[in-house]
Each structure stands twice: as structure tokens, then as C-alpha cells.
Design a binder for this molecule. Structure first.
Ligand SMILES: Nc1ncnc2c1ncn2[C@@H]1O[C@H](COP(=O)(O)OP(=O)(O)OP(=O)(O)O)[C@@H](O)[C@H]1O
Ligand SMILES: [Mg+2]
Length: 286
């Protein structure tokens, strides 16, 4: 736990916290027991793009080492919600939010939070990920290099490990110096997953990672998500109900910026509590 704290904070704040004995830590027991098992949590999160509100009072609890699917019609706020979790919306002019976003019980908006460190721990893969116009090797080595890893052997180790985790190694191991742009769409997507893994995150945010892929590549990505959840907490946006049902443990249904319902995937798809959810999953709208 102490490591998680220091990983998120800039050095000075971490040192101060250490000196102060880190009182108030969620490790302290009692209520903390619940907080600790939750990887990501939001409390009454309201999000605004300038004058228009995109998210209303979103409170979720996402357990570690699980897959949570975010579903809902276009424009309901799925991507906005996902991007708040690693403060990607910070760069959007006029965007602001109220409420709390917690990573392992730590408020990620706190003054002591190092945003670069946060984004390393909470990695992101987009709908149509584009590799950098560099070699396959350099795409994966990019993040580690930025953080100061320069030893060739160490980089090779990271690159091969991440490519294996992303289920791409066998296809590219003999062509690591080729341009990443020469890979197929499905391979590029897996390369971008490998690139995200290379900064050693523990949460992976995926925004429709398979929507531009053919069924075979989609199936590979789904298998991969299933394997990755052993070590990572995954939050995935998908428009594909079958995919949500196949890959996720929990599903959250968003509608017009509201979280209508969140629950175990099987329950939500077979016995939704809300009529709205039922209408959506049975294809009556959206
Ligand atoms: N950068 C932005 N500036 C202003 N409004 C935005 C911005 N990005 C999104 N929005 C608005 O916020 C609302 C939620 O958008 P968001 O992209 O989160 O939806 P989504 O559920 O991901 O939709 P889709 O399924 O189409 O990707 C929409 O009304 C959208 O127009
Ligand atoms: Mg979106």
C-alpha cells in the first residue's frame, strides 16, 4: 500500500506523508477494509464541458483485477467518464468536475498527485490506436525510455514481455525493427496495448478497443482482456453487448450522462433492475 501511495505522488509529498506516518491510510482498518479492495471509485462525480453537463452524480466502485464494461448509447458519457479516471480531460479547455475520483482510496485530484505518474499507473488504449511512426520495438520501448530506462538489455526484456502479454510476440518477434505502420489493424491495436503495458500500469482503460477490428482480431483482443485481468483492473467501453457479456465481470449502463444501473454482468444482462436497461440491452433503443 505504501508503495501505491508513493507511486502516485510527487517525491516531496510522498516523503512528507512518510514522515507523518501516513495516518489516515485506508490500511487503517474499519471502513478501510472496503476501500482497499476497490481499485477505482467515484463519488458523486459531475462533469462539465463548459456550460454543458456530461456526467451527473456518478458513483461507482470497481474492484481490482476485474473487468468492468461501460455500455450505453452514443453520447451518453462513457468516454468522458473513462477519461476522468486518469485525468485525460484536464487537457480539454473549459472542462471541470465536482465530486471525487479515487484510486486505491487516494483522491487523484489532490494537490500532491503527480499526473504523469497517475497516467503511468492508469494506462489507456483508444478505439483506433495509432502506433508511432517508429519500429515495433521503439513503440513499446517509448514509455520506458521516457522514464529513463536506457539499458538495451532491460529495454529488450520489457519489449518482449509486453509483446507476449499483448499476444503479439509470436507474430512480430522476427521483425521488431520493422515499421509499426506495416502491421495490420488488429496487430496495431495489440501493439498499442503492449505500449500501454510497458509503463507498468495496474489499471487499463480501453475505449472501444475492438470496434474497428474483424471478428478474428476481436476475439484475440477479448481473449487477451480475459488473460490481462489476472494482473490488471480493466475498464472497457463497448457498443457490443455480446462483447460486454463475454469479457466483463461487472457492467455499468449509462444513459444521458447518468449511471442507470451497475451490477454483475450476468445479473444485468439477464435480470436488469431498471426498465431502461432492459430496453437498451434488448435493442429497443440506442
Ligand atoms: N471535448 C468535448 N467538448 C465538448 N463536449 C464534449 C466533448 N467531448 C464530448 N462532449 C459531449 O459530452 C457528451 C458525452 O460524450 P462522450 O464522448 O463521453 O460519449 P460516449 O458515450 O463516449 O459516446 P460514443 O459512444 O459515441 O463514443 C456528448 O454530448 C458529447 O457531445
Ligand atoms: Mg466514446
Amino acid at each position: 500500500m505504501a508503495k501505491a501511495f508513493t507511486n502516485l505522488m510527487n517525491d516531496r509529498a510522498a516523503a512528507e506523508r512518510e514522515k507523518a506516518g501516513a495516518s489516515g491510510s485506508p490500511d487503517a482498518g474499519g471502513e478501510g477494509q472496503i476501500v482497499r479492495r476497490m481499485k477505482v471509485e467515484t463519488r458523486k462525480l459531475n462533469f462539465f464541458y463548459g456550460p454543458s453537463q456530461a456526467l451527473f452524480d456518478i458513483s461507482v466502485q470497481i474492484p481490482e483485477k476485474s473487468v468492468t464494461a461501460l455500455i450505453g448509447p452514443s453520447g451518453c458519457g462513457k468516454s468522458t467518464f473513462l477519461r476522468t479516471l486518469n485525468r485525460m480531460n484536464d487537457i480539454v479547455e473549459g472542462a471541470r468536475h465536482t465530486g471525487e475520483i479515487l484510486l486505491e482510496g487516494i483522491n487523484i485530484d489532490g494537490p500532491e498527485i503527480d499526473v504523469v505518474a497517475l497516467r503511468k499507473r492508469v494506462g489507456m488504449v483508444f478505439q483506433k490506436s495509432t502506433p508511432f511512426p517508429k519500429s515495433i520495438f521503439e513503440n513499446v520501448a517509448f514509455g520506458p525510455r521516457l522514464t529513463g530506462v536506457s539499458d538495451r538489455r532491460e529495454l529488450e526484456e520489457i519489449v518482449s514481455t509486453c509483446l507476449k502479454r499483448a499476444a503479439l510476440w509470436e507474430e512480430v518477434k522476427n521483425r521488431l525493427t520493422d515499421s509499426a505502420m506495416a502491421l495490420s489493424g488488429g496487430q496495431q491495436q495489440r501493439l498499442c496495448i503492449a505500449r500501454a503495458l510497458a509503463t507498468n500500469p495496474d489499471v487499463l482503460l480501453m475505449d472501444e478497443p475492438a470496434s474497428a477490428l474483424d471478428p478474428a482480431s476481436t476475439s484475440r483482443i477479448e481473449d487477451l482482456i480475459f488473460e490481462l485481468k489476472e494482473n490488471y483492473t480493466i475498464i472497457i467501453v463497448t457498443h457490443n453487448m455480446q462483447q460486454a457479456a463475454r469479457v466483463s465481470d461487472m457492467t455499468a449502463f449509462f444513459y444521458q450522462g447518468h449511471l442507470v444501473e451497475m451490477g454483475q454482468t450476468q445479473q444485468l444482462f439477464t435480470k436488469p433492475r431498471e426498465k431502461h436497461t432492459e430496453d437498451y440491452i434488448t435493442g429497443r433503443f440506442g
